[in-house]
Design a protein around this ligand. Structure first.
Ligand SMILES: [Zn+2]
Length: 447
């Protein structure tokens, strides 16, 4: 029979005690962490300690200051705050309008585009009088009569990896009013690096959405990190799908409404009223068809997020070419592309296949062209082939030429058609109908 040595008994006893104490330590540490988290209020972005409202401020903003959710300290915070608005289009216009009027101390607006007539139905700060001007200058001109308090700084540049960090770090709250995926990744990653909330909106057709990325979410009375854009979508979509040049329709008031809601979120983040709950961690979905607003709860920050986790990935993938709209896809070889001059000269020897949407084709098209929208291309490929065969019955040497708005989708359509029917030689018109309008027909509508 084996009996243990008294020394061994002692060691065993001590080991048990140490293990017990270790468990106790873990429990106490968890308790302490919870207590710390629960005692945190929403992080104050702006210090309102110096109360420096002028008499005019008090009168001008009185209806807002009376709100308990804003108060004098909230108005002081607004006055001391700075907001970066990236994009001066359909979303940026209402955001700017309501942020300036609410008394934000400094607003920087970044956009490299010029005002075009086709912008005006939804981009409400611009007008016939400012067509051709940079959008940022047109927006500033709108606020010229509010000079006593409005402080809008125009930056006529694209938002790029070169200026992203500087611009984001110099502001308290960042607004994504670009409505393009490439900029959203750039903005997100810069906001994560500089710990800034990103108030993000988008709108298309009759639908829009809104959320705050990289913010804080209240959960069981405690504050936890909300998701960033990459927590939800770690990788950008393929560049080709993001540079599609088909133009989508949008009802002007839809980005208008989303932009207004973005401005509310910015103000809430700045005034820091304890009961203000930002939409971080939630996505608000607007459907103008039945004018409904739905809320979708997003997951919390992803522990494995390539951008905002404790171990972020270096050299995050994004495409600079996605940050501007006007970057052509290069899918065809140069000899497979023809110029508008060639199309004009050879018109009767070409079958022009216009791959824009039906609505766009209805607005304007080159005479004699046929419409097979790129968005349905996979399903309608056999129909395209049938149309080509029919046209070739009358004119066997006919060449097929794909056409679109700017010469991106036309290339992708040509590539897909070649893959399916390698026996047909196909080309596309370089620069699309924009180039056609510029070189051949100045009466052709550019939209
Ligand atoms: Zn993240």
């Amino acid at each position: 029979m084996h009996t243990s040595h008294p020394m061994a008994d002692n060691i065993g006893q001590l080991e048990r005690e140490v293990a017990q104490l270790k468990r106790l330590l873990v429990e106490k540490e968890e308790l302490l962490a919870n207590l710390k988290v629960n005692s945190v209020s929403l992080p104050a972005l702006i210090d309102a300690s110096e109360q420096n409202l002028s008499k005019e401020d008090v009168v001008r903003f009185s209806r807002q200051i009376i709100l308990p959710q804003v108060g004098v300290s909230g108005q002081v915070r607004l006055k001391k705050s700075s907001v970066l608005v990236v994009g001066a289009g359909g979303l940026g216009c209402p955001v700017l309008l309501y942020l300036v009027k609410a008394g934000i101390g400094r607003i920087t607006v970044v956009d490299s585009d010029l005002v075009e007539i086709s912008n005006l139905h939804r981009q409400t700060l611009h007008s016939d009088a400012t067509i051709g001007l940079p959008k940022v200058d047109s927006a500033c001109r709108f606020f010229a009569l509010d000079q006593s308090y409005a402080n809008v700084i125009p930056i006529c540049e694209r938002f790029t990896p070169e200026n992203a960090d500087r611009l984001v770090s110099e502001h308290d709250v960042i607004v994504d009013a670009t409505d393009n995926v490439g900029s959203r990744y750039l903005l997100n990653d810069a906001c994560v690096r500089h710990k800034k909330p990103l108030v993000s909106g988008s709108a298309l057709g009759l639908e829009g959405q809104l959320t705050v990325y990289n913010g804080f979410v209240k959960k069981d009375g405690a504050l936890v990190k909300g998701p960033c854009y990459r927590c939800l979508f770690p990788e950008p979509p393929p560049a080709a799908s993001a540079t599609s040049c088909s133009q989508s329709g949008v009802l002007g008031a839809v980005p208008g409404l989303i932009g207004l809601m973005q401005s509310i979120e910015v103000i809430k983040l700045i005034v820091d009223w304890p009961q203000n709950e930002s939409v971080a961690g939630r996505m608000i979905l607007l459907d103008a068809n039945d004018l409904s607003l739905r809320t979708v709860r997003l997951r919390l920050a992803n522990e494995k997020c390539p951008a905002c986790s404790s171990n972020p990935q270096k050299n995050l993938p994004y495409y600079i070419e996605m940050c501007g709209e006007d970057v052509p896809v290069k899918a065809l070889e140069d000899h497979e592309r023809v110029t508008p001059d060639y199309v004009k000269a050879e018109l009767d020897k070409l079958l022009l296949v216009d791959v824009r949407t039906e609505g766009e084709f209805g607005m304007c098209a080159i005479q004699g062209s046929v419409n097979f929208p790129f968005k349905d291309f996979e399903q309608i490929l056999p129909e395209v082939k049938k149309a080509v065969l029919e046209a070739k019955q009358n004119s066997p040497s006919l060449q097929v030429c794909f056409v679109c708005r700017r010469g991106n989708d036309s290339q992708l359509a040509a590539v897909r058609f070649k893959e399916a029917y390698p026996e047909d030689k196909v080309v596309d018109m370089k620069g699309g109908l924009h180039a056609w309008a510029k070189v051949i027909d100045d009466q052709f509508p550019v939209y």
